[in-house]
Design a protein around this ligand. Structure first.
Ligand SMILES: [Zn+2]
Length: 518
């Protein structure tokens, strides 16, 4: 019933990726990512866990409206309320899937579920049948499959296929598997489950031992035909199998794997950058496929080789993943229209008001910096995309520092509904002083927990991007800003984080844990 040459790419950036700490996205950001995933050509987008929160429900429903090509999946435990909620969320999809999950391993059965094998089996079958009332496309996941007894796993897989599941996922939920053993688990299912040809066997690997991609590839060789993965390998703990790595491995080593995906690989860089932009989780420079250095050949002997013949050292071409090296995109004379077009190409859609603000920032930057690259534009837009309502708006600041003087700052902030306020403070350094002065105005004392600065591109006129984390009343918020002046970037980032914190305080400090998926 399925094309055995074709591997289904199931992206869970919006669900497993988004549930990781520090990776939350707004509804608008999720829609942008979903649309980019559609351009990328993923087969399935897991858009959220509808029962987890009203926000998750809403985002699954909106993603269903925003994309027409890919299947949109909603996650549910094998519980009627979860499945009903997921069914409701995917009702508007061109093609909707309900993804139900239940743990099968002895550790989970005994300690988490307190259920016998028989009960787990019955609950799994019941979950699949309940989901079938909403859609024919039902996926079942045996949570912690990698640590489940092989005979019991086979029994569960056979039973859920019999019940009507068309995809059966056997995840390595805890990142414990190694390739040989994981491949053997899949091979055993292909061999021992009599109705296995009636469903697609899927894998979902976590990267706790750095083997998520290797495990997924081993499983494909053994017969798995769906890989669950995320852009940039985002996800719980050490993350998930990275989409860009597994796809490029299948493509580059088609001689070994003999399978294809439907991915338009030239959209990989755009997807990676967009996800990094909206989550604020930066891609390490040495990251395979999408890292800044992934295609950089610094060693002279390598460069010489590349110039003579690229395949001497390059196994993939940069353009295959959509990378155009140091492409100069914009300058002082670029207009608003060109600016918007470039953003659209990067997968970023801003409403008119925010586009105007971002464009104004771009013009200011173009006056200070000669060459403007995609990275610069993304840094500017990150601030617009992330910005909470500006209860506090930085108007001006002045800071003095030096040797044998006490760093002192004067700051003026416009406070919504209260007008201009000016205050001054001293600190350990200029940035500390200016942050203390902001605290005196806002009345919200914050601890600076994390502070990072990096140059976005090269050259003396490069922008410095400050990324920081503040803590107040046990709550952490991040702020980020890019400016050619690093003290200014620090203050803007700090005020942005304080605005987010203020949103949380004025929302009555909501508490409560969301249930987590596998
Ligand atoms: Zn997971």
């Amino acid at each position: 019933m399925t094309d055995m040459k074709r591997v289904t790419i199931f992206d869970t950036t919006l669900r497993d990726g988004e549930q990781a700490p520090g990776c939350s996205m707004t509804l608008e950001e999720k829609i942008m990512v979903a649309q980019q995933l559609e351009r990328l050509g993923v087969d399935v987008i897991e858009a959220g866990f509808p029962i987890a929160s009203p926000g998750d429900f809403e985002s699954v429903r909106e993603v269903c409206k925003a994309v027409r090509g890919p299947v949109v999946a909603g996650l549910a435990r094998c519980v009627k309320a979860d499945i009903d909620r997921a069914g409701e969320a995917i009702a508007g999809a061109a093609r909707g899937r309900i993804h139900v999950f239940l743990a099968t391993s002895p550790i989970h059965r005994e300690h988490k579920l307190k259920m016998s094998r028989g009960k787990v089996l019955a609950r799994a079958v019941e979950g699949v049948k309940t989901a079938l009332a909403y859609t024919e496309d039902v996926e079942f996941s045996a949570e912690d499959a990698a640590r489940t007894e092989p005979d019991f796993l086979s029994e569960v897989v056979e039973a859920v296929i019999e019940a009507g599941a068309t995809t059966v996922n056997v995840p390595d939920t805890v990142g414990y598997a190694v390739p040989e053993q994981y491949a053997e688990m899949v091979a055993a299912l292909m061999r021992d489950v009599p109705n296995v040809d009636k469903a697609v066997i899927s894998v979902h690997c976590h990267n706790d031992l750095g083997m998520a991609v290797a495990n997924s590839l081993a499983a494909v060789r053994a017969g798995a035909r769906q890989v669950e993965c995320t852009i940039n390998g985002l996800g719980e703990r050490a993350g998930n199998c990275a989409l860009e790595e597994v796809v490029m491995a299948l493509r580059t080593r088609a001689d070994v794997y003999g399978v294809e995906t439907g991915i338009s690989t030239a959209q990989i860089m755009n997807a990676s950058r967009l996800v990094s932009t909206v989550t604020g989780v930066r891609v390490p420079p040495n990251k395979a496929v999408v890292g800044r250095n992934a295609f950089a050949h610094e060693a002279g002997i390598h460069q010489d080789g590349i110039l003579k013949e690229t395949t001497t050292y390059e196994i993939m071409r940069p353009e295959d993943v959509g990378l155009e090296r140091n492409k100069l995109v914009m300058g002082k004379h670029s207009g608003r229209h060109a600016f918007r077009e470039r953003l659209e190409e990067l997968g970023i859609h801003l409403d008119d008001e925010r586009l105007d603000r971002a464009f104004a920032q771009f013009k200011v930057l173009a006056d200070k910096k000669k060459d403007i690259y995609d990275e610069d534009i993304e840094a500017l837009v990150r601030e617009e995309v992330e910005a909470a309502p500006e209860t506090f708006k930085l108007v001006s600041f002045h800071v003095t520092s030096g040797v044998n003087v006490t760093p002192t700052a004067t700051v003026t902030v416009e406070v919504a509904g209260e007008g201009m306020k000016t205050d001054a403070a001293i600190g350990d350094g200029p940035i500390d002083a200016v942050c203390r002065a902001v605290d005196r105005i806002t009345g919200i004392p914050c601890q600076l927990e994390d502070y990072n600065i990096r140059a976005i591109t090269v050259g003396k006129d490069a922008m410095g991007e400050v990324s920081l984390e503040i803590r107040s009343n046990g709550r952490r918020e991040r702020g980020r800003a890019a400016k050619t002046d690093i003290v200014e970037a620090s203050v803007v980032a700090y005020v942005s984080a304080v605005n987010q914190l203020y949103q949380w305080i004025s929302a009555g400090r909501p508490k409560g844990e969301k249930p987590h998926g596998m």
